[in-house]
Design a protein around this ligand. Structure first.
Ligand code: CTP
Ligand code: MG
Length: 230
């Protein structure tokens, strides 16, 4: 069995407030993006990886992996979902079939372990829909009111955080995402497109440290951790 991978990497990283898109910031001697790709490029079942990039991205061409024959470029779009749809169209050109598995992984999620990747692949191999890595909420959760005060405490056991990779069949994901975007639905990950289409993705519990670099402190945390691990 093999799988395709899509990495949307066309964001600007506004919340990081850095001098470049966050996927090109340095972590342990390489870019965050290179770390995010590594787990897939090391996997024997990878078929092809499509990366969605800004049309005028000046950073990608100088990375060593830009020449990797297993990586194909697609043009990013306005929102993350547009970038993923663009990559799905590229996958169709590359010969993806409706039943093939596609894994979508954030360019800014550099700490995916091989253990979690294989867990996801193994747990979902025979699943009709597919699913995603996710992490149960750890802290007590509050719903905030318009006055900035606690409106209520939310039942934590019912809330999980959606991580990536998210793994779905090429045909079903393509249809769900294209239809949801045409309908103007709010789509922030692949699972929400599948849900919009009436399907129920499975949640596979992954490691909390497979975090997405969103704010400066996330990168500080990863740098600290990577500098101290053996
Ligand atoms: N992404 C993308 N195309 C977009 C927007 C986002 O490919 N139009 C990608 C980002 O590059 C990132 C992933 O989607 O790998 C997750 O999005 P997010 O963390 O929101 O990244 P940014 O949009 O770059 O950050 P911000 O929202 O702070 O601007
Ligand atoms: Mg964003």
């Amino acid at each position: 069995p093999f799988f395709w991978v899509i990495v949307p990497a066309a964001g600007v990283g506004a919340r990081m407030r850095a001098d470049r898109p966050k996927q090109y910031l340095e972590l342990a001697g390489r870019t965050i993006l290179e770390h995010s790709l590594e787990c897939f490029l090391d996997h024997p079942q990878l078929k092809q990886l499509v990366i969605s990039l800004s049309v005028d991205d000046p950073y990608w061409p100088s990375l060593p992996c830009a020449d990797d024959p297993r990586i194909t470029r697609a043009n990013g779009g306005k929102e993350r979902a547009d970038s993923v749809l663009s990559a799905l169209l590229k996958l169709a050109e590359l010969g993806a079939r409706p039943h093939d598995w596609v894994l979508v992984h954030d360019a800014a999620r550099p700490n995916l372990s091989r253990f979690d990747l294989d867990l996801l692949l193994g747990e979902l191999a025979d699943d009709a829909v597919g699913g995603l890595l996710a992490v149960p909420a750890r802290d007590t959760l509050k719903r905030i009111g318009s006055d900035g005060r606690v409106a209520e405490t939310v039942d934590r056991s019912l809330i999980w955080q959606a991580y990536t990779p998210q793994m779905f069949r090429f045909g079903a994901l393509h249809r769900a995402l294209a239809d949801a975007l045409v309908a103007g639905a709010a789509i922030t990950d692949e699972a929400s497109a599948m849900e919009w289409a009436g399907l129920s993705p499975r949640l596979i519990e992954g490691r909390a440290d497979n975090l997405k670099v969103t704010r400066p402190e996330d990168l500080d945390w990863l740098r600290q951790r990577w500098s101290t691990r053996g």
